[in-house]
Design a protein around this ligand. Structure first.
Ligand code: HGY
Ligand code: MN
Ligand code: MN
Ligand code: MN
Length: 409
């Protein structure tokens, strides 16, 4: 194994390992198309298995598409050598369409390199250290965010998950060839804590590393607007029941109501039927992504948007219906754990995030923490997402320090 403990060596090694991934699933615009179980994401799963094998870390699939590679101390009789357990770290491989390179993979690459760093220092954990790759964290393919960790923890019914379909009508059950295993409480019980390292998705960090205090409550609401399809040229304006008007009003209302509340909202996805230039749409389907610092602000925001959109539909002669697709309540990470880790990391700042994570799902079951690596522009979920090699190397060192602390107890 290469010498990592000097910074230049670690930066160099990070760059080398990162280069192994950066071409997988990259689109011409520099963004990534790494949808769960797509050829690109399967290639990343294969990469995960190779990395684990190189390190003598047995890999387990939990039956929900989540992968776990474990470094079991020889002295640990609690677990057979191959069973995952102890201190869990990792993240996800999947991306939003044309997402950035770092969101997800950085946490997995950093976990393997942190293991290397600890081994190079001759560290021997008393508890196992397990590296995870969670499935479908972005919900880009099947529409439910953190699908893998929700299945593992029983937060979603496996039958419902199996029936979820992608835009080609392929279901998760088709992809897995079976109903997912669903809740694995006996597996979750083997873990003592979960620490996820993630690229910052904002630009609050002045230094290379931050620690998460909370995840804002957030969710996605689908809204369907029914109107009347008709000829774009011959239909009198007074005779139109145009759902695109109601849709456009809903988008503006979401922006206005979010600003009024210091919350965040956007409509990033829309489907139009029949989607023809010279036809007044019969129907428009949009997805609202809304987030706020606390549950009642978020509820108030979504309620206000739905109310105003429904009033507008009345004026447009259309009908609108909102359906919650996947929502996450307020996640407050354990403040003692967060401040202990911040202290361990030389007083790293502690800050909330508006982004959802598997750590949010696991925090209901395990002591959980997140480390953030500085993102100089704050851009994420877009090709321009970035982090410097030096800051990523600092992230590996920080994660190694945390894993050392938690796996030595
Ligand atoms: O959408 C999110 O907040 C996360 O990046 N999955
Ligand atoms: Mn993301
Ligand atoms: Mn992520
Ligand atoms: Mn995450």
């Amino acid at each position: 194994m290469k010498t990592l403990s000097t910074d230049p060596a670690l930066v160099h090694t990070f760059r080398e390992v990162w280069a192994e991934l950066s071409g997988i699933g990259r689109a011409p615009d520099g963004g990534y198309l790494r949808f769960a179980w797509s050829p690109a994401e399967v290639a990343l799963r294969d990469w995960f298995r190779v990395q684990a094998a190189r390190r003598g870390m047995p890999v387990t699939d939990d039956g929900n598409g989540n992968l776990f590679a474990v470094w079991s101390p020889t002295s640990d009789e609690r677990l057979s050598g191959a069973a995952p357990g102890g201190v869990l770290t990792g993240s996800h491989f999947d991306s939003v369409p044309h997402g950035g390179a770092f969101d997800g993979p950085l946490g997995i690459v950093s976990a393997f390199l942190a293991v290397d760093l600890l081994r190079e220092r001759g560290f021997q954990p008393t508890r196992p250290i397990t590296v995870a790759a969670f499935a479908e964290e972005e919900g880009s393919r099947f529409g439910v965010a953190c699908l893998g960790s929700r299945l593992l923890t029983g937060a979603i019914d496996p039958q419902r998950a199996a029936a979820l379909t992608d835009r080609d009508g392929i279901s998760l059950g088709d992809v897995l060839g079976a109903t997912p295993a669903g809740a694995r409480p006996e597996l979750v019980a083997r873990f003592d804590a979960y620490v996820e390292l993630h690229v910052e998705q904002g630009r609050a960090l002045a230094g290379p590393i931050g620690v998460a205090s909370a995840i804002w409550p957030h969710g996605r609401w689908r809204f369907d607007v029914e109107g009347e399809g008709n000829h774009a040229g011959t239909t009198l304006m007074t005779d139109r029941r145009d759902p695109m008007l109601t849709y456009a009003f809903t988008v503006l209302a979401a922006n206005k109501e979010a600003r009024l509340r210091g919350a965040h909202a956007t409509v990033g996805r829309v489907e139009v039927t029949p989607n023809a230039t010279n036809a007044i749409p019969a129907a428009v389907r949009g997805w609202l992504d809304a987030r706020a610092a606390d549950d009642e602000t978020l509820a108030g925001l979504v309620e206000a948007v739905a109310k105003k959109a429904t009033e507008r539909a009345g004026r447009d002669g259309t009908a609108i219906r909102f359906t919650a697709e996947s929502t996450t309540g307020e996640v407050r990470f354990d403040p003692t754990l967060a401040s202990n880790l911040a202290g361990l990391l030389g007083g790293a700042p502690i800050l909330p995030t508006g982004a959802g994570h598997d750590a949010g799902v696991l925090s209901a079951h395990l002591p959980t923490a997140m480390l953030f690596v500085r993102n100089p522009t704050g851009v994420s979920h877009a090709p321009a997402e970035s982090a410097s090699d030096a800051d990523c190397a600092e992230g590996v060192k920080a994660l190694a320090r945390v894993l050392e602390e938690l796996s030595a107890q």
